[in-house]
Design a protein around this ligand. Structure first.
Ligand code: NAD
Ligand code: UFG
Length: 337
C-alpha cells in the first residue's frame, strides 16, 4: 500500500518514512524543501536500502496532489507539510495561515477527488488552552495564543468538518507533544535553520560549540526545580505512532484526535542534566527571563493512543539525549556537512 507524505523530507516525516518502509508500506514524498533538504531522503534510502519516489513541489497545489495520488495509487496521506516556528508566525501570520491552511484544504480536496480515504494529520499539543489541568486528555479545552497554534486548531476543524460531510473519510489528528532525538544511526535528525527555537537543538548546538551557552527561560515556574516542564518524546516513538495511526485509520471511518506523548514531564534542567550525564559533555547555561507564552508545565495523558492505536512510547530520556547528541556530533552543521 502506497502512502503520500507531504513535507516528507522534514524532521518528523523522515523518521516516519523509515518506520513506514520498514513496516512494508510504499511511500512517495512531496516537499518544497522550504525547511528541509533532499539529503535527508537520500540518507533514508541509504539507511533502509529501499527506494521511494520523492517529488519536489508544493502541498498547496491540489492538481499536483491529484496527479501524484493517481500516478502512484496512493491510499493514505500523512500531512506533515507546514511552517512551524511560533515566533515567525506572530510576525508573518498570513504566510502561516496561507501555507498551513491551504495545504490542508488542498490535501482534503485531492483526497475527495481521487477517492483516497485515509488521512493522518500533524497536529500539536499547542491546540490546548493554557488553563487546563495536567495531564492533558484529548477533551481538554482548546485555545491558542499564536497564529501557528491557530493553524493547527483550524486545520483540525477543517478536517473534522470534512469527515462529517464525507463519512467515508478516516482521519486521525495526532497531537504531538515535544519530539526530540534522532534515528540511532545518526544519519538523520533535526536540522533547524538559523538559531533554534526549541530546547533540544539548542542544547545540542551549545554542547558542540556553535552556541556558547543555553539560556534557561525562567526558573520561577511552579514546578519542582522552577524551570518549565514538558513531555519530551523520542522522534522514533513518534514515527511508530504514525504507522499505528495509519493501521487504525484503515479499520474504520470518522475522525479522532489522539495525543502522542509519553505522559511524563521533564524540566529544562532535567534535560540539561541528563544530556551532560549520558553524553559526558558540558552544556553551559545561564538563567534568563521567562519567554512570552510559555506554560509552567505541559504533558499528555497518552491513554487514548494506547487504547485506540495500541501505541505507547518505549524510549526514555537517556535514549532521547543520547540519540540527539549522536546526530549533532556526527553532523555539526546538519545536512550541510
Ligand atoms: P519540518 O519543518 O522539519 O517539516 C515540515 C516539512 O514541510 C519541511 O520539510 C518543509 O520543507 C515542508 N513544507 C512546508 N510547507 C510546505 C508546502 N507548502 N509544500 C511542501 N512542503 C512543505 O517540521 P517537523 O518538526 O518535522 O514538523 C512536521 C509537522 O509536525 C509540522 O506540521 C509541524 O507543525 C508539526 N508539529 C511539529 C512539532 C515539533 O515540535 N517538531 C510539534 C507539533 C507538531
Ligand atoms: N527553553 C529554554 N531555552 C531555550 C529553549 C526552550 O529554557 O533556548 C524551555 C522553554 O521555556 C520550555 C522548554 O524549554 O520550558 C521547551 O521549549 P521548546 O521551545 O522546546 O518547546 P515548547 O513546549 O515551547 O513548544 C513545542 C513546539 C511547539 C509546539 C509545542 C507543543 O516548539 O511548536 O511544543 O507541542 F506547539
Amino acid at each position: 500500500m502506497n502512502i503520500l507524505l507531504t513535507g516528507g523530507a522534514g524532521y518528523i516525516a523522515s523518521h516516519t518514512l523509515i518506520s513506514l518502509l520498514e513496516s512494508g508500506y510504499g511511500a512517495v514524498t512531496l516537499d518544497n524543501y522550504s525547511n528541509s533538504s533532499p539529503e535527508a531522503l537520500r540518507r533514508v534510502k541509504q539507511l533502509t536500502g529501499m527506494e521511494f519516489k520523492a517529488v519536489e513541489g508544493d502541498a498547496q497545489d491540489r492538481e499536483l496532489l491529484v496527479r501524484i495520488i493517481r500516478e502512484n495509487n496512493i491510499e493514505g496521506i500523512i500531512h506533515f507539510a507546514g511552517f512551524k516556528a511560533v515566533g515567525e508566525s506572530v510576525e508573518k501570520p498570513l504566510m502561516y495561515y496561507r501555507n498551513n491552511l491551504t495545504s490542508t484544504i488542498s490535501v482534503i480536496e485531492a483526497m475527495l477527488e481521487t477517492g483516497v480515504r485515509n488521512l493522518i494529520f500533524s497536529s500539536s499539543a499547542t491546540v490546548y488552552a493554557g488553563d487546563n489541568l495536567m495531564p492533558l486528555t484529548e477533551s481538554a479545552r482548546r485555545e491558542c495564543i499564536n497564529p501557528y497554534g491557530w493553524t493547527k486548531y483550524m486545520s483540525e476543524q477543517i478536517i473534522r468538518d470534512a469527515a462529517k460531510a464525507h463519512p467515508e473519510l478516516s482521519c486521525v489528528l495526532l497531537r504531538y507533544f515535544n519530539p526530540v532525538g534522532a534515528h540511532p544511526s545518526g544519519l538523520i535528525g533535526e536540522d533547524p535553520s538559523g538559531i533554534p527555537n526549541n530546547l533540544m537543538p539548542y542544547i545540542c548546538q551549545t554542547a558542540v560549540g556553535i552556541r556558547d551557552h543555553l539560556t534557561v527561560f525562567g526558573n520561577d515556574y511552579n514546578t519542582p526545580d522552577g524551570t518549565g516542564v514538558r513531555d519530551y518524546l523520542h522522534v522514533c516513538d513518534l514515527a511508530e505512532g504514525h504507522v499505528k495511526a495509519l493501521a487504525y485509520a484503515l479499520t474504520r471511518s470518522g475522525c479522532d484526535a489522539v495525543n502522542l506523548g509519553t505522559g511524563t514531564g521533564y524540566s529544562v534542567l532535567d534535560m540539561v542534566n541528563a544530556f551532560e550525564r549520558v553524553n559526558g559533555v558540558k552544556v553551559p547555561y545561564v538563567i534568563g527571563p521567562r519567554r512570552a507564552g510559555d506554560l509552567d508545565e505541559c504533558y499528555a495523558d497518552p491513554a487514548k493512543a494506547e487504547k485506540l492505536l495500541g501505541w505507547k512510547a518505549k524510549r526514555g530520556i537517556n535514549e532521547m539525549v543520547c540519540d540527539a547528541w549522536n546526530w549533532q556530533k556526527k553532523n555539526p552543521k546538519g545536512y550541510k556537512d
